[in-house]
Ligand binder design. Sequence first.
Ligand code: ZN
Ligand code: ZN
Length: 461
Amino acid sequence: MTSALRPSVVLSAVCLPLAACASLHDAPSVASLPPTASAASSSAAAPSVASPLGAAIDARLKTTEAKLIEWRRHLHQHPELSNREVETSKFVAERLREMGLEPRTGVAKHGVVAVIRGGKPGPVVALRADMDALPVKEEVDVPFKSTATSTYDGKTVGVMHACGHDTHVAMLLSAADALVSVKNELTGTVVLIFQPAEEGVPRDEYPAGAELMVSEGVLENPKVDAIFGLHVFASQPAGVVGWCKGPMLAAADKFEIIVNGHQTHGSKPWAGIDPIVIGSEIVSTLQTIVSRDLDLTHEPAVVTVGVFDSGVRNNIIPDKARLVGTLRTFDDAMRKEVHERVTLIAQSVAAAHGTTADVHIETGYPVTANDVALVDRMLPTLERAAPGSVKPIRKITGAEDFSFFARKVPGMFVCLGITPLADVEKADSNHSPRFYVDESALPTGARVMAHLAADYLAGGR
Ligand SMILES: [Zn+2]
Ligand SMILES: [Zn+2]
């Protein structure tokens, strides 16, 4: 995830499948999802959890739980920033080789891809884990605390797995091990994608991460039919598995507006053009995009100005003002509309004051949308893999580059809670130096990933 993310668990037991993401209020008490009978009836997936294959996967996962934690702690202690996952990549490739796989390394810089060929013909399913850490100095007091440092934006920084990607890698390795152990029984192929650079890279390193993996053909040969990903969240109780149909995470775009003023003495404003006053008007008018322009009954959106930079001294009207902000949308057409409105508002307000504004919009990750039919099909698997702990969640205004995979093939992204139940209200969020993972949740995540793959394959194309 690329920003502070706190998905709320939607606790309503009356949340209809199609409205799950749009539910507007939480019920006062925790309630499990209603039985997913309708989803089950539309499912083509065989219930691996309840089958001999599922039992074999579970048995294997059980025997490697200690390894899962060991791997996670090793990765946690050795975090690497985006596009610099050299040792992480080696670690992953070594583990995969130990499983008898032949990983391909150097994909999209430091990505690792391996293929598990099942004993029977069938579809191809991909499982994805991101591997990178953040420029955050860890404050959690655990024996495997990160003391790593690196250089970010010209500064020396602490490095920490403050978004839990260490757990994603460990869980996917664990799931991979279990799937390899039953590969003769698998009806199809599993592609394991260990992705670098999810958290974002400097502009001169674009494209990166999932986008680059897709352009390097990671979803081709074998041609992937569906993809699953999982993310841990501090805002959910440990072991809770959250799902959402349709748009789940926002598109995140950055904008920069330069207001061209005309510098003059602060005592004689009529002799110049004041970019601070014009910039202020732009900030105010930008608020009308969400409040007055967009059809919010369709999807929500966010327009935030995070930087307003202008002036050096009290009695000088400066030459320029610089506004920088973020745009979050959940629909491609609304995304385009917001871009157009930001540009028009900045330019028109500037024109009304006899000057110009330069607008630059830098597109980031697109909307991450879960394939509705795939979610319908796989919900019974989630229920079996995490009985009683599967909940619909609300949309998340953070962004994820899993979107690049999910725009190519049907995708489903699920959330895993990793905070002890008693601490959920006060838990520090992802990206915090105090981000803490309750490791008791991790076997659930590994189980979810392994069974999503096995069940998908069992269901055929
Ligand atoms: Zn993140
Ligand atoms: Zn993340």
